[in-house]
Design a protein around this ligand. Structure first.
Ligand code: ATP
Ligand code: MG
Ligand code: MG
Ligand code: MG
Length: 438
C-alpha cells in the first residue's frame, strides 16, 4: 500500500475527549471515528487490525472444533420472552419495532437464538457434542460508553455456544474453550489471565473471565504473580484428549476479580511478595450454565436410553473490537502504538527519506515490489513529508518494522531497519532486509 493513496487521517493534536491512551492513540492514528456515543466507524488502518484479531480468534475456535455460522443482528422479542430475559435485560437492550409493529431487538448476545436453531434440528445425543460460534456486531445500550472501542455500544464479539448431553461432557466443552482462549490471546501478544468470575445475567455456576492487566482496566483483580508465567498450550494441543491437567495448572493459582475475591484465601495462599492487586480489562468470558436455556426453551435431545433430556450449555465470548484497545493499552510508548506483529495493520513500512531523489525512489520501489512479492503486508511512505514527520507517523501508527531509505546509507548499499518494539536499529543490505522481514 502506498501511503500517498491510503486513507490515514492522522491527528496532530491530542483529542480532548479521550481519557485513556488507547482511545487517544486510535483517534490520533486515524483508526476509527466516533459517529455517536459508543458507535464507531472503522477507518482503513483500524479495520485492518480488527480483521487480523478476528482471524486469530476464528482460527483458534476452528482448531478447538467449534463451527462458524452467522446469526443476524436483529432478533424477535418473542424469542427472549421464552427465556424470560426480555424483561430481565433492562435498558441495556435496544428495542426496535418494524413497520408491522413487530417487536425486535438488536442482539446483545445470542443464547436464545442459538438455542432456537439447535432445538429445530438436533434431536439425538448422537449429534453431540456441538459448538457453534459467530463473529457479529452486538448492541448494548451501555449507561456509560467510554474509552473508545473498549466500552462501545455497538461492538464486535465472537460468541460460541456449546451443547452437550450431560454436565461431564459440558465441562469438557468448557475446557476446550478455556484452552482455546489461552492460545488466542497469547497469539495476539497479550497476557490474558483466566480469573474466576461471577456469572451475571448469563446465569450458571462456572465462569472465568480472561483479563489483561492494565491500570486503566475497569475491573479490580487479585492474583498470584505465578499465574503470569504459566505456559501457553502449544498449537498441536490435543483437543480430544484430556485437558484437565492444563485447566488444573491454570486454576490452582489464585486469580479472581473483585466480585468473587476471597480475601482470607488470598492472604493464606499467596505469599506477600507474590500478591498482585491491580486492575484489568475483560477481553473474554466463558460460562457453563447447565440447563438454564434448554429448560426454559425446551431444547431436548434423546439420550442413549431414548428418554428426552435438556442439553447442558455453555457460552463463550471474546470482545473482538475491545481487543484493539486492550492491545494498545498493553503495547505503546510515548511516541505511539507498538503493534505485536500478529495483529499489526502492516508488518513493515518503507520510509523514503528523500522523495524525488532518483536513487532513493528507485531503491524504495524495488524494495516495495520485493516485499510485496514475498507476501509481506508493507506500507510505503512515498509522501513528500519531511523525514521527521515520517518518523513520527511511523512510530505513532506502530508498524513493527520501519525501513529507512536515504541517500547516505544507499551510497554504501545499506538501509536502516528499526524495530518498533524495542527501538533497536541495524544497517542491512536490501537483500538482508527482505530476508529478515519476509
Ligand atoms: P463488561 O463487564 O465489560 O461490561 P460483560 O461482562 O458485560 O463486559 P460479556 O457478556 O461477558 O460482557 O461479553 C463478552 C465479551 O464482550 C466481554 O468479555 C468483552 O470483552 C466484550 N464486551 C462486552 N461489553 C462490551 C462493550 N460495551 N464494548 C466492547 N466490548 C464489550
Ligand atoms: Mg457489561
Ligand atoms: Mg463483565
Ligand atoms: Mg463478561
Amino acid at each position: 500500500m502506498r501511503l500517498s493513496r491510503f486513507f490515514l487521517p492522522i491527528l496532530k493534536e491530542n483529542p480532548k475527549e479521550a481519557e485513556i491512551v488507547s482511545h487517544r492513540l486510535m483517534l490520533r492514528a486515524g483508526m476509527m471515528r466516533q459517529e455517536a456515543a459508543g458507535i464507531y466507524a472503522w477507518l482503513p488502518l483500524g479495520f485492518r487490525v480488527l480483521k487480523k484479531i478476528e482471524q486469530i480468534v476464528r482460527e483458534e475456535q476452528d482448531r478447538a472444533g467449534a463451527l462458524e455460522l452467522l446469526m443476524p443482528t436483529l432478533q424477535l422479542a418473542d424469542l427472549w420472552r421464552e427465556s424470560g430475559r426480555y424483561d430481565a435485560y433492562g435498558p441495556e437492550m435496544l428495542r426496535i419495532a418494524d413497520r408491522h409493529k413487530r417487536e425486535l431487538l438488536y442482539g446483545p448476545t445470542n443464547e436464545e437464538m442459538i438455542t432456537e436453531i439447535f432445538r429445530a434440528y438436533v434431536k439425538s445425543y448422537r449429534n453431540l457434542p456441538l459448538n457453534l460460534y459467530h463473529i457479529q456486531w452486538k448492541f448494548r445500550d451501555e449507561q456509560r460508553p467510554r474509552f473508545g472501542v473498549m466500552r462501545g455500544r455497538e461492538f464486535l464479539m465472537k460468541d460460541a455456544y456449546s451443547f452437550d448431553i450431560d454436565e461431564a461432557a459440558a465441562r469438557r466443552a468448557y475446557n476446550k474453550m478455556f484452552v482455546a482462549y489461552l492460545r488466542t490471546f497469547a497469539r495476539m501478544g497479550l497476557k490474558a489471565i483466566p480469573m474466576r468470575a461471577e456469572t451475571g445475567p448469563i446465569g450458571g455456576d462456572l465462569s472465568h473471565e480472561f483479563i489483561v492487566l492494565a491500570e486503566t482496566g475497569e475491573s479490580g483483580v487479585f492474583c498470584n504473580s505465578d499465574v503470569l508465567n504459566l505456559p501457553i498450550p502449544p498449537d498441536d494441543v490435543d483437543y480430544d484428549g484430556d485437558l484437565t491437567p492444563i485447566i488444573k495448572q491454570w486454576t490452582s493459582v489464585y486469580a479472581a476479580t473483585e466480585d468473587v475475591h476471597d480475601a482470607a484465601r488470598y492472604e493464606s495462599e499467596v505469599p506477600a511478595d507474590k500478591r498482585v492487586n491491580t486492575r484489568g480489562i475483560e477481553v473474554g468470558q466463558i460460562f457453563y450454565f447447565g440447563t438454564k436455556y434448554s429448560d426454559a426453551m425446551k431444547a431436548l435431545v434423546a439420550g442413549p436410553d431414548g428418554v428426552d433430556v435438556p442439553i447442558h450449555g455453555g457460552s463463550y465470548g471474546v470482545g473482538v473490537s475491545r481487543l484493539v484497545g486492550a492491545i494498545i493499552e498493553a503495547c505503546h510508548d510515548d511516541a505511539g502504538i507498538k503493534w505485536p506483529e500478529a495483529v499489526a495493520p502492516f508488518t513493515a513500512v518503507i520510509l523514503n527519506l528523500k522523495q524525488g531523489d532518483a536513487a532513493v525512489d528507485g531503491a524504495c520501489e524495488k524494495l516495495y515490489g520485493e516485499l510485496q512479492a514475498k507476501g509481506v503486508d508493507v506500507l510505503y511512505d512515498d509522501t513528500d513529508q519531511r523525514a521527521g514527520a515520517k518518523f513520527a507517523a511511523a512510530d505513532l501508527i506502530g508498524i513493527p518494522w520501519q525501513i529507512l531509505v536515504g541517500p547516505k546509507g544507499l551510497a554504501e548499499g545499506k538501509l536502516e531497519i528499526k524495530r518498533r518494539s524495542d527501538g533497536s536499529r541495524e544497517n542491512l543490505s536490501p537483500a538482508e532486509v527482505v530476508a529478515k522481514i519476509a
